[in-house]
Write a protein that binds this ligand. Structure first.
Ligand SMILES: Nc1nc2c(ncn2[C@@H]2O[C@H](COP(=O)(O)OP(=O)(O)O)[C@@H](O)[C@H]2O)c(=O)[nH]1
Ligand SMILES: [Mg+2]
Length: 698
């Protein structure tokens, strides 16, 4: 039968990497008798670091679960990774517990990820305790660590232990509440008298603890101020309430690998931390009533469980780790996953001890369990009763911050790569991948480089695809900032028909992301419609970054070329721009056109022998790209200072090297740039003519 909800303690063990969380979990399991042998991280024998990657690197990568029974209570311990790249998993782990044990290193004190997990715990309003671990190490210092806790973390941090002995001589602690001393020899605890060297310290810190306890309650505070002390029963009661409400954060001593402090922590978890009943109802969305709803930790209520982790293994298949919030989840039942609109058959359900599953018939409110081979369910989804569709708030994961291009080591592996990445993404929602059609690269994105490397190793180990990582090609893009108009002309006198072209173009930026727009701005039918599509085509070819494909035959193409700068440098086109306009030239005899031409600025068309005559008109319009953030380019429209480089793969901007590269390109662009490039394409004089005709419209 399912466990008694009030006797369950779900605890997240969090902290910076390498402070001893996994070792502490192992020590708790060993002390409670759930494992018969104390596993060691260093020889890959712990319960919760079982993944081959974890064994190899001796760090936790995945959140994993272990349980033990202690003094009639069930403790579910959620061991989380502490390295920055995997910290999202720690956050997901904290979503499904009622309290957190924050482990800090007695040498390093509060570190970057300590602050991060502290924030996560605050976000989920979790009561917590701090364990100062590795007190047996050289240069460890409990009080210096305490000072860093007080200074860098929010909350009322108060020690409940005073260590006895320092560094390799660390051998136990004095409990400030009971004033009992526990000293360890060869991992075995024994009671002792308070050692003389810590008597003063104990007195001093006990006073502070009493004060902190008194401050949690007005009546107690009055009594304390009047009498100057509290009795032990009052103190325990006040501390209990203070800790479970998060008003007090107790600090404990430990040396996990020596088993010191584990018993005290187990006691604290059982007595001071809240049960799922204490935590009460959880909020979510009642999908039937289409409004906010709640689910109570009641075994008879409809089932609602949250999936907080997915593991996938080519041999075992998919494992779905979930926490039951309400109702009784039974083996072989069918549940609804409203997020995917799918029914899931639960089959076997089990408790999880590291990698070992223990099948059970039912899981009640507050329990953490695992199901196998669910078809559609992914991390963050809710599973629940079909008759009472309900959705718990999803677990959110950080956006990827770094990109790499992946290249198969052997030919023909492309399909396998995508498949493997899709599988891995099921397990790890912080891995993303996509094919970039512009750079023709398959990109894999993750939280950091260690994360991406790990993903590649996983692909090899689990799915047998070997790839190498390359820095991604960066499709820099340019766009215009200002608005400008320009005119390009082309004249050619040949022995036969002469040629004449006259092109007008107006360019304006559009809002970011709105792409390219061509607008026919001809009015009054000055240019016949049927010429317009070919002008649009000419401009588009240019937009798409293949200026070499501009129509280079005929005067219209040549006139257009005068006007449109060549931009081969990056070859990725100009996004977010509107080139609009009346377009292509006129066909006809000179006399037909004379009037129009004169109106347009008096180009003389009347060269007698020319029978074939064209005039191009292009007007383009566009809008400023980024509104107020950007200055209007003052000079020519597609001018050097009007250009801007734009990273298509935005996450790459988080990469310092990518940023530097972008800044470098921007700086280069501020130089003379464009005219030189354009000049290379053709005759100097005529090019100049076209360029000079460019003028800013605003
Ligand atoms: N000296 C000493 N080493 C410890 C203690 N706890 C953990 N370690 C070592 O610290 C390293 C990191 O421990 P681990 O449990 O993997 O830390 P985690 O990353 O927080 O899970 C391992 O080499 C452990 O053997 C301790 O109390 N004392
Ligand atoms: Mg660990």
């Amino acid at each position: 039968m399912a466990l008694e909800t009030g006797k369950i303690r779900n605890v997240g063990v969090v902290g910076h990497g390498g402070v001893g969380k996994t070792s502490l979990v192992e020590s708790l399991l060993f002390t409670a008798g759930a494992v018969t042998r104390l596993g060691k991280v260093d020889d890959g024998s712990t319960t919760t670091d079982f993944d081959p990657d974890e064994v190899k690197r001796k760090i936790s990568i995945n959140t994993s679960i272990a349980y033990c029974d202690f003094k009639g209570h069930r403790l579910n311990l959620v061991d989380t990774p502490g390295y920055g790249d995997f910290i999202a998993d720690a956050r997901a782990g904290l979503r499904v517990v009622e309290a957190a044990v924050v482990v800090v290193d007695a040498v390093a004190g509060v570190q970057v990820q300590t602050e991060k997990v502290w924030k996560f715990a605050s976000e989920f309003e979790l009561p917590r305790a701090v364990v100062v671990n590795r007190l047996d190490r050289e240069r460890s210092d409990f009080f210096r660590t305490l000072e860093s806790l007080t200074r860098r973390l929010k909350g009322r941090v108060v020690p409940v232990h005073i260590p006895v002995g320092e560094e390799s001589g660390f051998r136990g602690f004095v409990d400030l509440v009971t004033q009992r001393t526990t000293l360890y020899t060869d991992g075995k605890p024994a009671d002792a008298a308070i050692p003389a060297e810590v008597v003063d310290r104990v007195k001093e810190w006990r006073e502070k603890l009493v004060e902190a306890a008194a401050e949690t309650d007005d009546d107690l505070l009055a009594k304390y101020l009047e009498e100057g002390s509290l009795d032990e029963a009052e103190m325990i009661k006040a501390l209990r309430a203070g800790i479970s409400q998060g008003k007090i954060v107790p600090v404990l001593c430990a040396a996990a690998t020596k088993g010191i402090g584990s018993q005290a922590l187990l006691d604290l978890i059982v007595h001071e931390f809240p049960s799922p009943i204490d935590r009460g109802e959880v909020g979510g969305t009642d999908l039937k009533a289409k409004q906010a709803g709640t689910r109570a930790p009641d075994a008879k209520a409809p089932v609602a469980a949250l999936v907080f982790k997915t593991l996938s293994d080519p041999h075992i298949g998919k494992l779905t780790l979930f926490r039951v919030y309400s109702g009784t989840l039974r083996a072989d039942s069918t549940l609804l996953n409203p997020t995917r609109g799918a029914k899931e058959r639960m089959g076997h359900i089990s408790w999880l001890q590291g990698k070992t599953q223990k099948n059970v018939e039912a899981l009640g409110p507050g329990e953490i369990g695992v199901a196998q081979k669910l078809k559609e369910t992914q991390t963050g989804d809710t599973l629940g009763d079909e008759a009472h569709p309900f959705e718990l708030p999803r677990i959110t994961f950080p956006e990827p911050a770094i990109n790499f291009a992946v290249q198969p080591k052997s030919r023909g592996d492309e399909d396998k790569i995508s498949l493997a990445l899709a599988r891995i993404a099921e397990e790890d929602p912080t891995v993303h991948h996509h094919f970039d059609p512009e750079t023709k690269q398959l990109l894999i994105s993750g939280v950091g480089s260690l994360h991406v490397e790990m993903t590649v190793e996983r692909m090899k180990r689990k799915y047998n695809v070997d790839v190498s990582l390359l820095p991604p090609r960066i499709p820099y893009k340019e766009t215009v900032k200002g608005r400008a108009e320009g005119q390009g002309k082309y004249k050619k006198q040949t022995g036969g028909r002469g040629q004449y072209g006259d092109t007008w173009l107006r360019v304006e930026p559009l809002a970011r992301g709105s792409g390219f727009e061509f607008v026919d701005d001809i009015f009054g039918g000055a240019v016949p419609r049927n010429f317009i599509p070919s002008v649009e085509k000419g401009v588009r070819v240019h937009e798409e970054g293949h200026p070499g494909r501009l129509p280079d035959r005929g005067p219209q193409g040549l006139a257009l070329r005068r006007l449109l700068p060549r931009r081969r440098l990056l070859g990725h086109g100009l996004p977010d721009r509107r080139v609009a306009g009346p377009a292509e030239g006129l066909h006809g005899r000179p006399s037909d056109l004379a009037g129009t031409r004169r109106d347009r600025g008096g180009h003389h068309a009347g060269r007698g022998r020319r029978r074939h005559h064209r005039r191009h008109e292009l007007a383009a319009r566009a809008h400023r790209r980024d509104g107020a953030q950007r200055r209007d380019g003052g000079g020519a429209g597609v001018s050097a200072d009007g250009r801007d480089a734009d990273l298509r793969v935005e996450p790459a901007l988080h990469d310092r090297r990518a940023r530097r590269l972008r800044d470098g390109v921007l700086a280069l662009r501020r130089g003379p740039g464009l005219p030189g490039r354009e000049d290379r394409q053709g005759g100097q004089g005529r090019q100049g003519e076209g360029r000079e005709a460019l003028k800013a419209a605003d």
